[in-house]
Design a binder for this molecule. Structure first.
Ligand code: NAD
Length: 414
């Protein structure tokens, strides 16, 4: 099942319990706008390559479209469509004033040098600029895009707007209006939701064994903050392989190792035993945190997962079939639209700071982040209890109700 179909499936699962008219459902199942553009790049060897770029704007009833831009060969309209819808539900689930959007270019960015990458980014932005704006659609980093790319985007947007429109994109370098705490925000948010769940379940973090798949931005900070809270991180992995230690891995040392290792990967880390991806996912742990890719927990492996808690740090790591098996086995799943919302929440803070030209310190950012994540978790937990729903269906239910209410108040559904 594609990511767009999986997102639609989870939407429909929650919508089934709500009294939505068919026309309203149709509005929410389809994006408001899809843009597809050619992105020509003249390479240094003189050849012309033409890539396809996409921006999908799913829903803006609650505020400007918000969502990352990814550079990856697998990007296509369907994937971007699914991720855009996921952003609408994520922003509404944690109650920040944004709609959902997503963008991307179908390209392997590692085949381009920096000048070519910069030209591609700037051309893409000039093609979709009519649809962007600080109060219209605000992109951010995603897979294979980072603060540097956001810097190129803001420069091109300023040029086209003849203005300083730095709030048109988030995830910028601090020097260009980025927010302190944004780099750590997604992992910090994943840790906050995990610890909130443990509190509700009456479980002691110090007794928890945790496995984290993916040791990039999200996974490494998730592992770090959970280890700081006393959890024992017994397995982590990245594309180069996994490492385990039943006594607990030294996460700060592993993060330090990746700063200087080949391609910033864990390969060759000397102080833990190598493990396979299967061993990581199916190992003897209390909490499993997929923080890398889509479609990791599926019909093929969900019945072998030993963790009693799965926290979805990645977007869409569990397929609908895998989710059904986890539910049948009473495994608690903290859904992606709640667990990884810390990133977009601090992007929202960055945008607020840009619009006000007034910058917060790290304590202020982290206090607001904690409040938003805790309030969102509590609302979703309470609804799940009250209506006997999974946390995912409760999160979607709250999100859908908020979006529909905004559409009604705007008179869009009359
Ligand atoms: P990243 O590129 O920094 O890290 C990805 C990690 O996954 C890397 O360590 C990579 O080596 C690893 N990986 C790739 N393939 C793997 C495989 N087959 N097995 C094990 N590990 C593998 O990306 P990120 O920003 O950390 O994003 C990870 C996930 O979190 C994605 O699903 C992304 O959409 C989601 N997410 C990220 C943010 C954010 O702010 N960074 C916010 C919300 C959601």
């Amino acid at each position: 099942m594609s990511l767009a179909d999986a997102t639609k499936h989870f939407f429909e699962q929650a919508a089934a319990g709500l009294d939505l008219e068919p026309g309203v459902r149709q509005l929410l199942e389809t994006p408001q706008r899809e843009v597809m553009v050619q992105v020509p790049v003249v390479k240094d060897d003189g050849t012309l390559e033409v890539y396809l770029g996409f921006r999908v704007q799913h829903n803006d009833a609650r505020g400007p479209f918000k969502g990352g831009v990814r550079f990856h060969p697998s990007v296509d309209l369907d994937e971007v469509r699914g991720l855009a819808a996921l952003m609408t539900w994520k922003c509404a689930a944690v109650n920040i004033p944004y709609g959902g959007g997503k963008g991307g270019i179908a390209v392997d960015p590692f085949t381009l040098n920096k000048r070519e990458l910069k030209q591609m980014t700037r051309t893409f932005i000039s093609k979709i600029f009519p649809f962007l704006g600080e109060k219209i659609d605000v992109p951010a980093p995603d897979v294979n895009t980072n603060a540097e790319v956001m810097g190129w985007i803001v420069d091109k947007a300023n040029e086209l707007a003849h203005d300083d429109v730095r709030g048109v994109v988030t995830g910028k370098p601090i020097e260009l209006g980025g927010s302190v705490g944004r780099t750590e925000a997604t992992g910090r948010g994943v840790a906050l939701t995990t610890l909130r769940l443990l509190k509700y379940l009456g479980q002691d973090p110090a007794k928890m064994k945790v496995a984290v798949q993916g040791f990039g931005n999200n996974g490494s900070y998730t592992a770090y903050y959970l280890s700081q809270a006393g959890c024992r991180i017994v397995a982590v992995s990245d594309i180069s392989g996994g490492f385990g230690d039943d006594n607990g891995l030294d996460i700060p040392a592993m993060m330090e190792y990746c700063k200087t290792s080949d391609k910033h990967l864990l390969a060759g880390y000397p102080d833990a035993s190598p493990i396979s991806n299967e061993q990581l996912l199916e190992g003897d742990v209390d909490i499993l945190i997929p923080a890398a890719l889509e479609n990791q927990i599926t019909a093929d492996n969900a019945d072998r997962i030993k963790a009693s808690i799965v926290v979805e740090a990645a977007n869409a790591p569990t397929t609908p079939e895998g989710d059904k098996i986890l539910a049948e086995r009473n495994i608690k799943v903290v859904p992606d639209i709640l667990a990884n919302a810390g990133g977009v929440t601090v992007s929202y803070f960055e945008w607020v700071q840009n619009l006000q030209s007034f910058y917060w310190d790290e304590d202020t950012v982290n206090t607001h982040l904690t409040n938003i994540m805790h309030n969102a978790f509590d609302d979703i937990w309470n609804l799940a209890k009250e209506r006997n729903l999974s946390l995912r269906t409760a999160a979607y239910t709250i999100a859908i109700e908020r979006v529909v209410k905004a559409m009604k108040l705007k008179g869009m559904l009359l």
